[in-house]
Design a protein around this ligand. Structure first.
Ligand code: HEM
Length: 460
């Protein structure tokens, strides 16, 4: 067994270590650590030691290690004040009980239903946009993603009945996200969170009670959770239903909105590739046609763009575990109590995995190149192993549908020319980016009108 701990990256300040740089300039810090020491290097965040591990084999070890040795629960404990013991926030045995329950909610037959709901919701939104205008793309898609999640998970009826209030309360809960402060301090944001949770209990209580009485009347995600038996074959208790719903909404909201927005931004920034996307949409699923599962799998070029966004602009770029017993990574020993972290910022940009890694090049996923298939843990925007994202297919389908439906009905143009990564506590997203849109029927109409005006001239 090797004895040395990972070498410390330069630039650690007394007391704070790299904490400030980690918050403000994480990418540069990671690149420096990698350049100085290679695929395993140390950071110090105040008095917390951190080991960053890079490269597909180390990423594999990170994702495949047991929760007993590398705990996922501990670094995310601060989320418990928001979602209780939902999913990996629960002790391991409870997590193992909940996991199949949640996985079942994303099985194929459900997914087919969700894909139809996604199309309905996105189409309604597009119908409401008018013929032309400007939108800030991430905010707009964020609201859309809430509507999709609400209709899929709460059921359309419930979502319409409680929708806006539910999402406002959800926002109050989300704003209390704080990895540093004790969650019970008497601060306004924590009080607001607790008030929102109490109100949510009032709203969902009667809905859950009614569904327990009539389990066959509804067939949506909320009903599926309610129908499931929990521990000892007893029904899942009401608090757990609420916590699971909230946790799933949270896991999928900002993340999907951010990457869906990046997909459109990148496509508009790369007109050559966009042409291929448009040709494919025209051939496979032109405007007005429902996107059936058969059509969906033929929309390769959008799917590759979505995957390239996962690589270059992952919403969740900080995956962490706490070391519970000393563990070897490569030539080093990482002692119990350290944090271990994988970093897409570098792991997704290794030139031996991805050719010209800084470039947006979705064709790298075409079958003749298949760069993502070289190693199972080369691309990990949705994590990997035991805790791999349960909502990955849901999110990818949603991002494909949003992009396809928007692009086939509207001419889009970027008003904001430069978009950067805005790093948040929950998820990364693009800095505010305005997109101008014009409905294609309106564009065609104008061309038609011009033609009419020109016709008399051309007949002179
Ligand atoms: C683009 C959108 C999304 C991204 C980038 C994303 C990313 C991730 C990542 C990286 C993890 C692993 C965390 C870790 O290992 O530390 C994860 C886990 C998870 N995600 Fe997602 N996610 C997305 C959408 C969704 C959606 C839509 C849902 C559900 C509605 C969802 C539900 C979950 C759940 C339940 C887990 C925990 C899995 C487990 O521990 O068993 N995610 N996600």
């Amino acid at each position: 067994m090797t004895q040395s701990t990972p070498p410390l990256t330069s630039g650690a300040l007394p007391i704070l270590g790299h904490a400030v740089e980690f918050q403000r300039k994480r990418a540069a810090l990671m690149q420096r650590g990698f350049a100085e020491h290679g695929p395993i290097f140390g950071l110090k965040l105040a008095n917390q030691n951190v080991a960053v591990v890079i490269g597909p084999e180390h990423q594999k070890q990170f994702f495949m290690e047991t929760d007993g040795r590398l705990s996922i629960q501990e670094p995310y404990k601060f989320l418990q004040a928001m979602f209780g013991e939902a999913l990996f926030l629960a002790p391991h045995d409870k997590y193992l009980e909940q996991r199949p329950l949640v996985q079942e909610l994303f099985k194929r037959d459900k997914m087919l239903l969700y894909v139809d709901i996604m199309q309905e919701v996105v189409q309604e939104w597009l119908d409401g946009l008018g013929d032309s205008g400007e939108i800030e793309i991430t905010e707009e898609i964020g609201t859309l993603v809430q509507k999709v999640a609400g209709d899929c998970f709460l059921g359309r009826e419930v979502n319409q009945a409680v929708g806006r209030e539910f999402w406002d309360l959800y926002t109050d809960v989300g704003k209390a996200l704080d990895p540093l402060l004790p969650p019970n301090l008497p601060l306004p944001k924590f009080r607001k969170r607790d008030k929102a949770k109490a109100r949510m209990t009032e709203i969902l209580g009667p809905i859950i009670a009614e569904r327990r009485k009539n389990p066959d009347k509804y067939s949506d995600f909320l009903q599926d959770i309610i129908n499931k038996a929990g521990e000892d074959d007893k029904p899942v208790d009401e608090e757990m239903v609420r916590n699971l719903l909230m946790a799933l909404m949270f896991a999928g909201h900002e993340t999907t909105a951010g990457q869906a927005a990046w997909t459109l931004i990148f496509l508009l920034q790369h007109p050559d590739y966009l042409q291929k996307v448009m040709a494919e949409i025209e051939a496979v699923a032109p405007a007005g046609e429902h996107i059936t599962p058969k059509r969906m799998v033929q929309l390769d070029h959008i799917a590759w763009a979505v995957r390239e966004v996962e690589r270059l602009r992952p919403s969740a770029d900080m995956l962490m575990r706490v070391v519970k017993e000393d563990i070897e990574f490569g030539d080093y020993t990482i002692p119990a109590g350290w944090l271990v972290q994988v970093a897409q910022e570098i792991g997704h940009k290794l030139p031996d995995q991805f050719a010209q890694p800084e470039q947006f090049d979705p064709l790298r996923y075409a079958p003749d190149r298949a760069e993502d298939k070289q190693h199972r843990f080369g691309l990990f925007g949705f994590g990997g192993g035991t805790h791999k994202c349960t909502g990955m297919n849901f999110a990818n389908n949603e991002m494909i549908i949003i992009a396809a439906l928007m692009l086939r009905q509207f001419e889009l143009e970027l008003v904001t020319q430069h978009t950067e990564i805005l790093r948040g506590l929950g998820a990364n997203r693009p800095t505010p980016t305005v997109v101008r849109y014009r409905r294609k029927t309106a564009v065609n109409q104008e061309i038609g009108d011009q033609k009419l005006e020109m016709d008399p001239i051309s007949t002179l």
